[in-house]
Design a protein around this ligand. Sequence first.
Ligand SMILES: Cc1cc2nc3c(=O)[nH]c(=O)nc-3n(C[C@H](O)[C@H](O)[C@H](O)COP(=O)(O)O)c2cc1C
Length: 371
Amino acid sequence: MPNALNQIPDGLYAAQDYERLAPEFIEPSTWHYIQGGSGQELTLQANQDALARLRLQPRLLRPLAHGHTRLTLLGQPRRHPILLAPVAYQRLVHPLGELATAQGAHAMDAGMIVSTLSSTLLEDIAPLTHDKWFQLYFQPNRQVTLDLIRRAEHAQYQALVVTLDATIKSPSGRALRSGFVMPDAVRHVNLDRYPTPTSRPLQHGDSMVFQGIMADAPTWDDLRWLQTQTQLPIVVKGVQHPADARVLQEMGIAAQVVSNHGGRALDGAPASITVLPSIRAAVGPDYPLLLDSGIRSGQDIFKALALGANAVLIGRLQVYALAVAGALGVAHMLRTLHEELELCMAQAGCATLTDISPDILFDSASKASPC
Ligand SMILES: Cc1cc2nc3c(=O)[nH]c(=O)nc-3n(C[C@H](O)[C@H](O)[C@H](O)COP(=O)(O)O)c2cc1C
């Protein structure tokens, strides 16, 4: 595979072009591991199809000269509503992995969410960007979970993003068929210092799934326990049901990410964008909601905001940009997404993010008042 370039290659006109170019820079089985989804990839496909199906109905002659994409999220002012989703093992595609991603995010004032399973220590990534949240996977041993939290606090991460939709993962058939194996050199180094968790031996008749993998899976009690252990705001990632969203809000969870893990968790789940309106309705207009899964353009971001998200997370596109041109690629991809969002806002007649409402979508616009 060619090394990542030190410049932006020709022919990149849209953020999504990184997806087209990335296979030239990523080893084929790794490409399938990253691009693939779980099961039959129904949800993976649905994420992008549902976004593509939405149509926009622009408005004329609105004043736009003072337009901007600024917002405040969890009390923090931001230049735009684009953050990088937690993506594990980024050294699979670039020797600097998460270090380069952090530099790219910093250059574009984009928040970065660092995965528990990053292939670079969370402490080494932290100094490279001021705007950072730590994504936490509950560990079977609470002391280990607690130690990860303390390390994230000490390294000045500003929020904990607890991912709850991927306790058990069905492997991507595509990755398996392509022979993907995690190289020895790419490890979840944040967990290196802890003893390898041992599972209780299964008895005759036990299920590998329920008494095996799920025996130590987190429950609502663990989330309540977590709330007593940190002052950092807690964001829950992987929300797909309005009833869960409501409970999480009532518990005092600071924000939620509507996500199906980019089609890598339960296959057959609806697209994130499809469940977003019911979740927005459940939590009310003022509660912070983020969305990911399927975002590939500024127009996708616009549609997510129109249906109730305050901000979005970018998953695979960040890895593709990292593979193609390292930190420069990540920064360029983010800049392109931001420009695409601004262009879409201008063409639709929205000067600020608060102007982007469901009325701008064609279906709901037909129900809106004609004045
Ligand atoms: C290769 C890969 C690794 C991922 N690793 C994590 C992870 O460690 N933690 C997590 O919460 N989500 C992880 N995700 C899910 C992303 O955070 C995000 O939800 C998803 O990629 C969004 O969909 P998109 O790729 O279509 O943008 C991963 C996704 C990919 C593709």
